[in-house]
Design a protein around this ligand. Structure first.
Ligand SMILES: [Zn+2]
Length: 165
């Protein structure tokens, strides 16, 4: 039985079809929502990204905790989408969450889209680059001030651009 059918069998009718659609879509990257959208074919993405980046950005994979060199990055600069180079976070929003993933409390304005995923059964809020749809991470409500949010980001999905000296 596919996951979609399993969900449909488990959940009440009506609600089930919307949820099953969300679950079926969860394995594909999100649709860009900005007017400057970057839309490439799967083959073009595979050419542009490393296999590990592709797994995270285009298939919503998660890198192992503690694996990203960006965990230790402390210089002033900007964290940009590894898929399309759109700046997503400033270094001023980065903090040490202790999770093993680069973590931020606030994104730059208008650069992220979100959706709910059910990959771990319990719903989580997935977020992605609004320009190319590339998966970045998940956002949780246990972050520090000022937002109270924790943007738990895959380092593979980001490129750090140091501030010009
Ligand atoms: Zn992007």
């Amino acid at each position: 039985m596919t996951r979609r059918n399993w969900l449909r069998a488990l959940l009440p009718l009506g609600w089930a079809s919307a949820t099953a659609t969300a679950a079926a879509d969860a394995d594909a990257a999100s649709k860009p929502t900005r007017s400057d959208a970057v839309v490439l074919t799967e083959a073009q993405w595979r050419q542009r990204l490393t296999p590990a980046q592709y797994r995270v950005l285009r298939e919503e994979g998660t890198e192992p905790p503690g694996s990203s060199p960006l965990n230790a990055e402390k210089r002033p600069g900007t964290y940009a989408c590894a898929g399309c180079a759109l700046p997503l976070f400033s270094h001023t929003a980065k903090y040490e969450s202790g999770t093993g993933w680069p973590s931020f409390h606030t994104p730059l304005p208008g650069v992220l889209g979100t959706k709910t995923d059910f990959k771990l059964i319990l719903p989580r809020t997935e977020y992605h680059c609004a320009r190319c749809g590339g998966h970045q991470g998940h956002v949780f409500d246990d972050g520090p001030r000022p937002s109270g949010k924790r943007y738990c980001n895959n380092g593979l999905a980001l490129v750090f651009v140091p501030e010009a000296a």
